[in-house]
Design a protein around this ligand. Structure first.
Ligand code: URA
Length: 264
């Protein structure tokens, strides 16, 4: 059981004073009943909260998937473009939801966000080797040599170890579906450059076993429920399954390094 004022604060509705004012102002309903007592106590699990008529369900942690558009930075203090955080509601920003790894400003597709620190660690730790799949549109035709180079491992200037793609499937003359298990600064762009090509467009299709739902419009987000989180979690085991271990053992692992895709 938790006091309403604290409960609202935990869900990102502002400071305790802000939340108290919301309740006292008659702007909050709980399970369909108006409540103007900030100290009324409720069992928070699964509780339906309505603030100014907008429905929220209590969530201990928030897990979201965003279909990131091009032209947005994954930073709270963007420099040249709007922030992806402008695409999510205020309470989620206030409660400290942050991107799980980053996508470049010009990259599109699946971006996870959460306020659960352990979850962020789990999906960004190099040791977990969670596969991330990108559709990569290239400037030049992707030839067999380039595919082989990506699978065998390409040399990046800041790393003595070759970086290996877990998978690389041609989708067209200038398009490949690339699976990587690391998250490092401009990783895919640098891998394609090292293979002798150049990335023109980059779209993240999936992280682990969870794919961007086709019905989620660009610029929109959705809650991740137990089913989606189970898919993601399954991916961690899958990343460690024998076939993948065999494939990725083709080159020395360069684990234990950077976590963030676009962070210098
Ligand atoms: N690799 C890149 O080059 N950019 C991204 O945004 C993600 C992976």
């Amino acid at each position: 059981m938790i006091e309403l004022e604290r409960l609202l604060r935990s869900q990102g509705f502002g400071s305790r004073a802000d939340c108290r004012a919301l309740v006292r102002g008659g702007r909050v309903s709980i399970a369909g009943q108006a409540c103007d007592d900030p100290f009324a106590r409720f069992d928070e699990e699964g509780l339906r909260i309505s603030v100014d008529g907008a429905e929220w369900v209590f969530r201990r942690f928030a897990y979201l998937a965003l279909n990131k558009p091009a032209g947005y930075e994954c930073s709270r203090r963007p420099v040249h473009h709007p922030s992806v955080y402008s695409l999510i509601p205020d309470p989620l920003r206030t409660r400290g939801v942050q991107a799980v790894g980053r996508l470049d400003e010009d990259a599109t597709g699946l971006l996870l966000l959460t306020d659960d620190g352990q979850f962020i660690h789990r999906y960004t730790s190099p040791k977990k080797a969670v596969p991330k799949v990108y559709d990569v549109t290239t400037r030049h035709v992707v030839d067999r040599g380039q595919v082989a180079a990506l699978l065998d491992g390409v040399q990046l200037h800041d790393d003595p170890q070759p970086v290996v793609a877990l998978d690389c499937v041609p989708l067209g003359e200038r398009c490949v579906r690339l699976t990587v298990t690391q998250g490092r600064y401009h990783l895919v762009k640098r891998m394609l450059a090292a293979a002798g090509n150049r990335v023109e467009a980059l779209h993240r299709v999936s992280i682990g076993g969870f794919s961007l739902p086709p019905a989620l419009p660009v610029g929109h987000w959705m809650w991740l429920g137990e089913a989606e989180i189970a898919l993601l979690a399954g991916s961690c085991q899958r990343a460690m399954s024998p076939p993948d271990v065999l494939r990725s053992s083709r080159a020395p692992a360069s684990a234990g390094r950077l976590v963030d895709e676009s962070e210098p």
